[in-house]
Design a binder for this molecule. Structure first.
Ligand SMILES: C[S@@+](CC[C@H](N)C(=O)[O-])C[C@H]1O[C@@H](n2cnc3c(N)ncnc32)[C@H](O)[C@@H]1O
Length: 282
């Protein structure tokens, strides 16, 4: 079961790499590899070495990661502006990266509330940067594991932040590809969506080898050799994760093809390794 921490008071947030947190800095972590490739500085030599290996197999990984992040921004804006969503449960948050989800949705509706969840101690250490809500809204951070939905749903952070009579958007951006078992992913999604009212949404991105099988299969092997169980999935499997929900137009597509802005529209299908989709609970 994932550990569940209480609210992190702003004054107690600690500086980079505190001695009391075991960051396992000698092995690569997905959050820190992602941070490094996106230009962040919260990473260690092991993460940078692994990122070098991954980009040798996946030459468009930096572009693909930016396209994934850009999808998060576009889809969150649509959820807030067009669907009136004011509550967001973001699991697999990653290290703070501007703009963070709450900054995107609070630009549309300052009263929006976001509960961030990650299981990596490095993200916990930096959670202060996620607790910068507009005064009209609220953000909370929970240290928990995706595969323990009960701990997430029963957490004080979620209960104190959300009104579960109102729709919630479950945001699973670049996380389920770290869970190799399709059945586990499906069960957890079902359990997380079950208590949410009609009108709630699911936004998801995950790695695929459908367009660039040689690159992605080599990349998956490189991630796994570094202890990160990356898993690529085909379109049918990803569509299956939305079962019982109504997929919004245009369905499950590569991340840059979901209502592209100018930057996304300039990308080709060989440059993006991520499927994306957004669906509504009827
Ligand atoms: C590639 S990052 C994605 C960050 C962000 N969602 C984005 O797309 O910009 C994946 C994040 O998922 C987290 N993660 C991986 N497995 C997890 C699990 N089982 N439970 C919770 N978080 C997990 C990692 O710690 C990391 O921060």
């Amino acid at each position: 079961m994932g550990s569940v921490v209480g609210w992190i008071p702003l004054s107690s947030a600690v500086d980079w790499a505190p001695p009391n947190v075991d960051l396992k800095s000698d092995v690569a972590h997905s959050a820190r590899v992602y941070d490094y490739i996106l230009g962040g500085k919260d990473n260690f030599p092991a993460d940078r070495a692994a990122a070098g290996e991954f980009t040798r197999s996946l030459p468009n990984l930096p572009t693909s990661m930016r396209a994934n992040r850009n999808f998060m921004v576009r889809s969150a804006r649509v959820l807030a502006a067009k669907h009136g969503i004011r509550q967001f449960l973001d699991i697999g948050t990653g290290l703070p990266t501007a703009p963070n989800l709450h900054e995107v949705v609070q630009q549309v509706a300052p009263e929006s509330r976001v509960v961030y969840v990650d299981n990596d101690p490095i993200v916990l250490v930096h959670a202060r940067a996620l607790l910068t809500s507009a005064p009209e809204g609220r953000t909370a951070y929970l240290d928990a594991d995706f595969t323990d939905p009960g701990a997430i749903l029963e957490s004080e952070q979620l209960r104190d932040t959300f009104d579960l009579r109102r729709p919630v958007a479950l945001s699973l951006i670049a996380i389920v590809h770290f869970i190799p078992d399709d059945g586990v992913v499906q069960t957890v999604i079902d359990q997380l969506m079950a208590p949410l009212p009609p009108g709630s949404m699911l936004a998801l991105t995950t790695t695929t080898a459908d367009f660039t099988p040689d690159e992605v299969n080599a990349g998956v092997a490189a991630y796994r050799a570094n202890g990160i169980p990356l898993t690529a999935r085909d379109r049918g499997t990803v569509e299956g994760f939305f079962k019982g929900l109504d997929l919004l137009d245009p369905g499950v597509v590569l991340a840059h093809r979901w209502h592209p802005d100018e930057e996304a529209a300039a990308l080709s299908d060989r440059q993006v390794y991520m499927y994306s989709g957004v669906a509504r609970k009827p």
